[in-house]
Design a protein around this ligand. Structure first.
Ligand SMILES: C[S@@+](CC[C@H](N)C(=O)[O-])C[C@H]1O[C@@H](n2cnc3c(N)ncnc32)[C@H](O)[C@@H]1O
Length: 268
């Protein structure tokens, strides 16, 4: 097993397969569940946005969207358990077969309310799958940690109403979020990010404050996944101790936990 600089096990290989099977088969035994726990919060925020901003079909940007998982949950009301079963290797044997089945799903389950989903990710294969399956309406293949968006990417990012993420802050930082906000020509999309407690959110919060946002952290904590093995747990606990984050009763007991940060422009 390889570990990244933060101490987490490196799962990079599961983000780039041509279809979602590796992703779900590797994460299932780890109990990865944060998109499911995030769903009611995202639903609530989108509803609130629709009502207060009077936007019938909000445009949601999912940063680090992978195979369009949050989009599938929110648009088609599917669950993580159903996705784990769907991609467990017992279904269609080919990418084309899996896609045909997912296209049936996205055609047959129209969302109760209109929603447009754009996915931003560094993985071409994950984005291509999510777009072809019909989970995502638009995609931006970019690493905005290192590069400014191209004019075409900027145009796709423009007019975003809400920015969401699960399991992605840490890979992406305030650099990506700032570039996304700068693509809006002055508008400030609402944001909701589920962030592992091991990653300090202060630098993101400060950068967003500089752009005009106010951020609140929801009190609850959310199970993200189990540690892959005792060594990963040890490394993560060490880095949390260095950052002065108390892991007792939480990460010490075997699970990585996330917190939810909501960033919005101040009420007008
Ligand atoms: C842990 S996965 C989370 C996927 C999905 N949001 C979920 O919760 O199931 C992290 C995702 O971030 C993407 N990623 C990593 N670095 C990135 C970057 N610099 N810009 C955009 N996406 C990135 C990876 O390709 C991967 O799809």
């Amino acid at each position: 097993m390889r570990f990244d600089a933060s101490g987490k096990v490196s799962l990079d290989h599961i983000y780039t397969a041509p279809d979602p099977r590796t992703y779900f088969q590797v994460l299932r035994p780890l109990g990865y569940r944060v998109p499911q726990l995030a769903k009611p919060w995202f639903d609530k925020l989108i509803k609130e946005y629709r009502e207060t901003e009077r936007v019938a079909v909000p445009r949601v940007l999912d940063i680090g969207c992978s195979y369009g998982i949050n989009a599938a949950l929110l648009k088609y009301d599917i669950t993580m358990d159903e996705l784990y079963a769907r991609y467990d290797g017992t279904g269609p044997a080919t990418r084309a077969g899996l896609l045909a089945r997912d296209q049936d799903l996205s055609r047959s389950r129209s969302p109760a309310h209109g929603l447009r989903f754009t996915g931003l990710d560094a993985s071409t294969s994950a984005l291509a799958y999510a777009r072809e399956a019909g989970f995502l309406d638009d995609t931006v293949h970019a690493d905005l940690e290192t590069d400014d968006p191209t004019p075409e990417q900027r145009a796709t990012l423009a007019d975003t109403d809400l920015v969401i993420s699960t399991g992605c802050i840490g890979y992406v930082t305030e650099r990506t979020l700032t570039r996304v906000v700068r693509a809006q020509d002055g508008r400030l999309p609402w944001m909701a990010h589920f962030v592992l407690r091991m990653f300090p959110f202060g630098p993101v919060e400060d950068a967003l404050a500089g752009l005009g946002y106010r951020t609140v952290r929801v009190d609850e904590v959310f199970k993200q996944r189990r540690f892959a093995d005792p060594r990963e747990q040890r490394l993560v606990l060490d880095s949390m101790a260095e950052a002065d984050v108390d892991a007792s009763g939480l990460e010490e007991d075997g699970w990585l936990y996330a917190q939810l940060y909501l960033s919005r422009p101040p009420q007008r």
